[in-house]
Design a protein around this ligand. Structure first.
Ligand code: DGL
Length: 272
């Protein structure tokens, strides 16, 4: 069988690079194509129809580059577009290709990160309003209580590299306080947006020490290792050249200038 398919990784912008970093560290032998839809990000406040349309266009572009497997490294796209793509588009147009998201792998393990059984979820309006985390966590850990907080200013601050400036502090404090006020028993906060790990230095200072702040990179990477082990029909099609390429729908020079903050190494992207 021909082995020439890179794994596609998609996000609305830069955030998915935090997940890609962990995936590439866990599975360095595979080849990858990253696509950031920077020209149309942030996705967080867009309607269901818009997020679905944008995400499908990007997934189809990755399919056209030869990807058999695409990871939506974006909670907003996973919440708003994944199910429709999996149930409506793939069976009809691409029955042999797979698209996976980041919400289910996170929901599958979140119960093991809380002792109190009270978990906070911070995400974009799109992710929070979709109720996806409430539904998915309830399937695996019905006893866990979930408190959600929308953080609409965080992605714009991060995409503009303003998140570590003092001007960002107001909104970082504000959303953390609104979450904590919902329950004094929250002992685990999930950063349910792949951009938010960039706020970690500030969140560690703001949130009480007893709170476990959870990011998704390692969780999604571990779940991919498991998925590939269980799906040889996909795994055998993947190229194992260890190559990584990066594309953006926006300006590649602007992408490259920012991307290393998320990915931890310099890179050269191309135009989608
Ligand atoms: N990184 C995305 C997520 O995980 C981005 C959100 C956005 O574009 O608003 O939700």
């Amino acid at each position: 069988m021909q082995k020439c398919s890179p794994i596609g990784i998609f996000d609305s912008g830069y955030g998915g690079l935090t997940v890609f970093r962990s995936i590439a560290d866990q599975l360095p032998e595979y080849s990858y194509i990253y696509l950031g839809d920077n020209a149309r990000s942030p996705y967080g406040d867009h309607s269901f129809d818009t997020i679905y349309k944008y995400t499908l266009e990007c997934v189809e572009w990755l399919f056209a580059q030869g990807c058999e497997l695409v990871i939506l490294a974006c909670n907003t796209a996973s919440a708003k577009a994944l199910r429709t793509i999996q149930q409506k588009d793939l069976p009809v147009k691409y029955p042999d290709r797979r698209v996976l998201g980041v919400i289910r792998p996170t929901a599958e393990v979140i119960g093991s990160f809380t002792s109190s059984g009270h978990v906070g979820v911070m995400g974009t309006r799109g992710t929070v309003n979709s109720q996806s985390y409430l539904l998915e966590i309830n399937k695996f850990f019905p006893e866990v209580k979930v408190y959600q907080q929308t953080c609409p200013m965080w992605v714009p601050l991060i995409e503009n590299n303003e998140h570590l400036q003092s001007g960002a502090d107001f909104f970082i404090n504000e959303y953390c306080n609104r979450l904590i006020e919902q329950s004094a028993e929250i002992d685990c906060v999930l950063l349910a947006c792949t951009h938010y790990p960039l706020l970690m230095p500030k969140l560690k200072m703001i949130l009480p020490d007893y709170i476990n702040i959870l990011t998704q990179g390692e969780i999604v990477a571990k779940s991919m290792v498991d998925y590939l082990g269980r799906h040889p029909e996909i795994e055998t099609k993947l190229s194992k050249d260890g190559l990584k390429s990066f594309y953006t729908s926006g300006d590649p020079l602007a992408f490259d200038a920012q991307a290393s903050i998320f990915f931890g190494e310099e890179l050269n992207s191309g135009k989608m």
